[in-house]
Design a protein around this ligand. Structure first.
Ligand SMILES: *Cc1c(COP(=O)(O)O)cnc(C)c1O
Length: 504
């Protein structure tokens, strides 16, 4: 019979009672000069003026309400100032206070969204692709602040359903011409509704779609979605969408016959593209479709280069794209170029804090352990956290992502001593399903206990939007910050101006 080992339990309660010097060192990497959060100022003041250990108090810097903007958008959660790291820590301290008050949801996992990060991505976009208007792919993360910020920056939106169209239009101040209905296979009722809402631009890649559009939205401005090489991407969309080039002349002839207006071409190289050279071939194919269109009696005015932009490869992709556009479309006088980036804008902007709710030794059966297997290959401790693959980490299953946990707090401190030994661990979600594994093998400090917090960065793309409530676990909430540093003020001004504009 196998035996389940029990780890000795020494549950250290988190009381955040740490020395001043340690506290200062934890914040050493923050841009304190630029932090305008009154809470943070109070924190800095505390740090500089007291020699006694800091103690978390109910009116201390752990508050999540104080230090936020008076709402620009009354229906949305408060907006805070300051570096996201401050808010991860505030959230943790807040949780420990709520736990003391016996709140049932005290240690809930939470996201911190840094709107400055979205803004910085936009600055990169504009610097590298000044001629290409981004139509943000709403499906990637339909966060209400992200949508408003991007709207304030002049972006358009790629919507795939009625729900996404309504969400974008309900913000106010966004003309339906700033939406492309970029789903090539739409329900009849959705096309009819797009017509009613004034959304005219929509993609197609098959004959039936043309008949549907002719019946329900004859004034539509159609965009033919073509198949391109998506083998260099994490998520290959060509399995499902995209007209092979040989079918395009037939589709265009049918559109002519149905008196439909086709205005351009779109493609998607696949989401999470790790070889930007594919954009070059895609642009060449788009060029040939422009030529086919001319033959068929259309005069195309839209080139839609889709999504797929990876943060780390963005500059490279932008340069390939720019060169290919210049080569194949030397005269762009009557051509508008747009793209549908999703992941690029939001991936880095969201971090998740999750609480370790349980811990145990792995199940091991001494009779079946392979003599040759080295024990060091196997995680020696299993941590259970309160978000998993049915929640934010659905990106592991659906988006081929790998989660990299780090320690946010351990034993009541935000500082892990460098002397702390690490051990091979696995990290699991809270549901009762064994598929709910967040990280099968990762090195974590040996001293981690129940009640400590793990952090995960790059959690903005394809996470919150596809999270379920399986097993009764709620989707983790988002804490918003305008960010630290100089960009925070610019984000604030943009949102403020947008709010004023939409209120009139
Ligand atoms: C998902 C999707 C996008 C966004 O892709 P990213 O890889 O996140 O940039 C853009 N366009 C269409 C049609 C999509 O389906």
């Amino acid at each position: 019979m196998s035996q389940v080992e029990i780890l000795h339990t020494s549950l250290n309660s988190i009381d955040h009672d740490v020395s001043r010097s340690e506290h200062l060192s934890r914040f050493h990497n923050l841009d304190l000069e630029n932090v305008t959060n009154p809470n943070t100022n109070a924190l800095v003041h505390d740090l500089l003026s007291t020699n006694s250990p800091l103690r978390l108090t109910s009116d201390g810097f752990g508050g999540t309400e104080a230090g936020s903007e008076p709402s620009f958008f009354p229906s949305l959660p408060p907006l805070h100032f300051g570096h996201p790291e401050i808010h991860l820590r505030n959230g943790i301290m807040n949780a420990s206070r709520l736990a003391n008050d016996a709140e049932p949801d005290a240690e809930k996992a939470f996201f911190v969204a840094d709107l400055s990060q979205v803004y910085r991505q936009h600055l990169r976009w504009v610097a590298c692709l000044p001629e290409i208007t981004p139509f943000y792919a709403v499906k990637c993360n339909p966060d209400p602040y992200v949508l408003r910020l991007l709207a304030s920056l002049g972006a358009g939106f790629d919507c795939a359903s009625n729900g996404e169209i309504s969400q974008v239009l309900s913000i106010g101040g966004i003309d339906p011409s700033r939406i492309i209905f970029a789903n090539p296979c739409k329900a009849n009722s959705f096309i009819r509704n797009a017509c009613k809402m004034g959304v005219d631009a929509m993609t197609f890649d098959n004959m039936d779609e043309l008949h549907k559009v002719a019946r329900t939205h004859p004034r539509a401005k159609l965009v033919v979605r073509i198949l391109t090489d998506d083998t260099k991407s994490l998520c290959q969309l060509g399995l499902k969408y995209g007209a092979p080039l040989v079918t395009v002349p037939g589709l265009l002839a049918k559109a002519k016959e149905l008196h439909l207006d086709v205005i351009g071409v779109s493609f998607h190289v696949g989401s999470g593209c790790y070889d930007p050279s594919v954009y070059s071939d895609a642009i060449a194919r788009a060029r040939s479709v422009f030529d086919m269109a001319k033959e068929a009696g259309f005069s195309f005015t839209l080139l839609d280069v889709g999504g797929g932009f990876e943060d780390a490869l963005f500059e490279q992709a932008a340069s390939v794209l720019t060169d290919a556009i210049h080569q194949h479309f030397p005269d762009r006088t009557n051509i508008k170029v747009i793209a549908e980036p999703g992941r690029f804008y939001v991936s880095k902007a969201f971090s998740l804090a999750a609480n370790i709710i349980a811990r145990r030794a792995p199940f091991s059966d001494s009779t079946t352990i392979n003599e040759n297997a080295t024990l060091s290959d196997h995680p020696s401790v299993m941590y259970y956290i309160n978000d998993g693959v049915y929640g934010a980490f659905n990106c592991i299953l659906f988006d081929h992502q790998v989660a990299h946990p780090y320690v946010l707090s351990m034993n009541g401190s935000f500082h892990v001593p460098s002397s702390e030994p690490v051990c091979l661990s696995s990290v699991w979600g809270p549901t009762c399903d064994s598929i709910d594994c967040v990280s099968p093998k990762t090195n974590l400090p040996a001293g981690l206990r129940v009640g400590d917090w793990l952090g995960f960065d790059n959690m903005g793309a394809y996470t919150v939007c596809a999270a379920s409530q399986f097993n009764g676990f709620e989707v983790s909430k988002v804490v918003y910050t305008l960010g630290g540093g100089v960009t925070a003020a610019e984000v604030r001004n943009n949102l403020l101006a947008f709010a004023a504009e939409t209120r009139q």
